[in-house]
Write a new protein. Structure first.
Ligand code: ITT
Length: 199
């Protein structure tokens, strides 16, 4: 089966390939970049799940192949859950990880260590060309550092320190991150759904 990863985020694609291949899915994974003529869907949902379903459904309809999508972000307690679904465009420029991270750290400059709880959240959606849709979620709880550390991963990884660890997500190996991450949890939960619906 041809399974399309409905994302143009390179960091996500790397992680999703590793997570889905480790789960032993017998599918050919093709990134959305293989379909450059299909315009990006507007993320008009108000939840991670809605946006993940929008992305997966749009690509499944446009290509005629089953598609999986990820909608994810960082939710900071003291900011009432922001940036949340706006994580990729928090600074105003979509996908500018450095600018997004700098703005967030500036906004949290006066917040002490005791009040820097945050979590990553990921919604993983599967959509079939016949309109069938499924979505599951995963989270990774942690605290936010005052300064970035590490070069792995992407996005806000250099500042999120998972509960129970002394390193940031950007200091974990890819396998260590996938084992505990919001994305790893969500997509491992999606695998049996993919098996059930695609065989
Ligand atoms: P696609 O819509 O093409 O998948 P995107 O980057 O626009 O790509 P999202 O709207 O889901 O995707 O935004 C995800 C953002 O959340 C991402 O740009 C990061 O800033 C942040 N994020 C999500 N998962 C993360 C992770 O594992 N580590 C660090 N930051 C993460």
């Amino acid at each position: 089966t041809h399974l399309i990863l409905a994302t143009r985020n390179a960091g996500k694609i790397t992680e999703l390939r590793a997570i889905l291949e480790a789960a032993g899915l017998d599918v050919e994974l093709v990134g959305a970049d293989a379909y450059p003529d299909i315009p990006d869907v507007k993320e008009t949902g108000v939840t991670f799940a809605e946006n993940a379903l929008l992305k997966a459904h749009a690509l499944a309809q446009a290509t005629g192949h089953p598609a999986v999508a990820d909608d994810s972000g960082l939710c900071v307690d003291v900011l009432g859950g922001a940036p949340g679904i706006f994580s990729a465009r928090w600074s105003g420029t979509h996908g500018d990880d450095r600018a997004n991270l700098s703005l967030l750290l500036a906004q949290l400059a006066d917040i002490s260590d005791d009040h820097r709880a945050a979590h990553f959240r990921c919604a993983a959606a599967l959509a079939l060309p016949d309109g069938t849709q499924r979505v599951v979620e995963g989270t990774l709880e942690g605290t936010l550092r005052h300064t970035p550390s590490g070069t792995g991963g992407f996005g806000y990884d250099p500042v999120l320190q998972p509960l129970g660890d002394t390193r940031t997500c950007a200091e974990l190996t890819p396998a260590e991150k996938n084992a505990i991450s919001h994305r790893g949890k969500a997509f491992r939960a999606l695998v049996p759904v993919v098996r059930e619906l695609l065989g």
